[in-house]
Write a protein that binds this ligand. Structure first.
Ligand code: HEM
Length: 507
């Protein structure tokens, strides 16, 4: 029997969905305003309530803050710096905290011990994504990060074959070039640091995946991709919740009242299909004109051509798979790399003593006469430690890293440093979902950090008061960039950079 709580909950979803639609930009949908009819609301409310009741979870659950009847833990959810609230909850409830938001369960793993136990040792149990009617509704089941079971396994093996292990080494030449292009861009217009960092990450990944570089974050393709992911995030939360709870809603008739979400679903499906197809088409044109650099797409197509026993249908499926895998690399890799490089630059501005020590080490290896290369890697332990400590900032378990708020690259030096690195593999995720772009990202970030530290002094534009390094909330912890001066260490370094960037740009 439906309880009043469920009816209120659903009534609230509908109400909020409509309110949200008033705030999002619906112009592109050209949907005429629909007449709202009470009987339709009652019908859907009834069906939804039954579905909600059937989907109720039973069984013992981990402890967590007391949930309110309708909203769950929504009022207690932190609006910013969520990691501090999660740490407080860990003190109170232990390593695993259970929450619900509008009936949707959420589990926070709060220590290295439980993350390892669940995500690594029992990866087979915990690596699947919960079924998402919303992903199906928007045609997003092909994305590796959403896929499960066999579809996930196949996509991962395709991606790993080209981006992990020894295969990652093939990307080093363009990664070194892109690091130099970034340094040159920072030399020319340091005030555009945010755009340059984004353009650099995008270009490095697009080169690996599709074989072309972009001129920067303003490139139409980069903007198209960003807008697409943004669109996905803007899907009205309550409509998405409703779809998850009642998947049959994806067939909700378009002529019914409140069916605006279907038009929005069509839009999201269309634009996701476009970012899957458009960069692929760009590569096909480059291949046709003989100008394509070797990439994941071109190599995979060559491999496909060499397999003579496949039927036409199998070939078509393989091409679709190649499109899926290339596209996801951009989505998964760009923002994470941009955030890490942004953090690195802000850290250097706040810690001149660290930058000086890095430059001393680099000068010893390069003689202060050239930019660093991958061949220098083994002689640059401090740069390596700097790289690890920058990633470590998101890992704040004080029982593992003492004073986690302090930036101390020395943690990663010497014998003890090796143990710290082992622990820090956590930042790449664990088990079956661990980051397949890890080696690619490690190499790209290392050479870019070494190049930037070689060429520039970085200082905050204003030191009174000294800026604090703050981070935004969300899936990726992004640094809030404060204004900085980025100047070549000397006129000699300006010349070195200008000299060495030319082959990078024109090769
Ligand atoms: C600083 C850089 C990066 C960090 C910290 C990072 C971190 C992570 C983490 C923690 C996961 C696991 C998420 C989960 O458990 O569901 C992940 C997944 C993934 N990463 Fe990365 N990543 C980085 C860069 C990259 C790059 C450069 C690429 C590609 C070029 C990439 C591609 C992927 C993909 C495709 C997945 C999904 C794997 C799956 O669901 O099986 N990442 N990454």
């Amino acid at each position: 029997v439906p309880v009043p709580e469920d009816i209120y909950r659903l009534a609230l979803f509908f109400l909020m969905t409509q309110i949200e639609y008033c705030f999002i930009n619906m112009e592109s949908l050209a949907t005429p305003r629909r007449v709202e009819r009470d009987y339709a609301v009652l019908l859907v409310l009834g069906a939804s309530t039954v579905a909600l009741l059937l989907s109720r979870s039973k069984g013992p659950l981990p402890p967590g803050p007391m949930a309110l009847p309708l909203l769950g833990n929504l009022p207690q959810m932190p609006r910013s710096e969520e990691w501090n609230t999660y740490a407080e909850w860990a003190e109170k409830y232990g390593d695993i905290t259970y929450l619900t938001i509008f009936g949707k369960p959420m589990i926070i793993l709060n220590s290295l011990k439980v993350v390892r136990a669940l995500m690594n040792e029992r990866s087979a149990n915990y690596s699947n994504r919960p079924y998402s009617a919303m992903n199906e509704f928007c045609g997003l089941t092909w994305i590796l990060t959403n896929a499960d079971g066999e579809a996930h396994r196949i996509r991962r093996s395709v991606v790993q074959r080209y981006f992990s292990g020894l295969a990652a080494v093939k990307h080093r030449s363009h990664q070194q070039d892109e690091a130099r292009v970034l340094a040159n861009n920072l030399l020319k217009s340091p005030e555009l640091i945010e755009l340059h960092l984004k353009g650099h990450a995008a270009s490095s990944i697009l080169l690996g995946a599709y074989g072309f570089r972009v001129e920067g974050a303003k490139d139409s393709l980069v903007q198209q991709m960003d807008e697409t992911f943004e669109h996905g995030n803007r899907f009205p939360g309550f409509a998405s919740f409703l779809l998850e709870k009642i998947p049959a809603m994806r067939n909700y008739p378009r002529w019914m009242p409140f069916s605006g979400f279907r038009a929005y679903g069509d839009l999201v499906t269309r634009i996701f299909q476009a970012i899957r197809a458009d960069p692929y088409e760009r590569t096909m044109k480059l291949i046709a004109s003989g100008k394509a650099a070797p990439s994941f797409v071109s190599t995979s197509l060559d491999d496909l051509a060499a397999e003579t026993s496949l039927s036409d249908k199998e070939r078509e499926e393989r091409v679709e798979l190649i499109k899926d895998c290339a596209c996801v690399m951009y989505g998964a890799g760009t923002d994470s790399s941009t955030a890490t490089m942004g953090t690195f630059c802000m850290i250097l501005a706040l810690h001149p003593e660290i930058l000086k020590r890095a430059q001393e080490e680099l000068d010893k290896v390069t003689g202060g006469e050239r930019l660093p290369t991958f061949d220098d890697e083994r002689d640059l332990p401090y740069i390596d430690a700097l790289f690890w400590e920058t990633l470590r900032l998101i890992f704040r378990d004080p029982t593992v890293f003492t004073n986690p708020d302090q930036f101390r690259p020395d943690r990663f030096l010497g014998e003890k440093g090796k143990q710290c690195r082992d622990v820090l593999t956590l930042v790449w995720g664990m088990g079956r979902r661990a980051c397949p772009g890890r080696q690619l990202a490690e190499a790209s970030l290392f050479i870019t950090m070494a190049t930037i530290a070689s060429c520039f002094d970085i200082t905050p534009k204003s030191t009174d008061p000294l800026p604090q390094l703050e981070f935004s909330s969300g899936f990726i912890r992004r640094p809030k960039l404060f204004p900085v001066n980025i100047t070549p260490r000397s006129s000699k370094w300006k010349e070195i950079l200008e000299r060495e960037v030319l082959p990078a740009v024109y090769s």
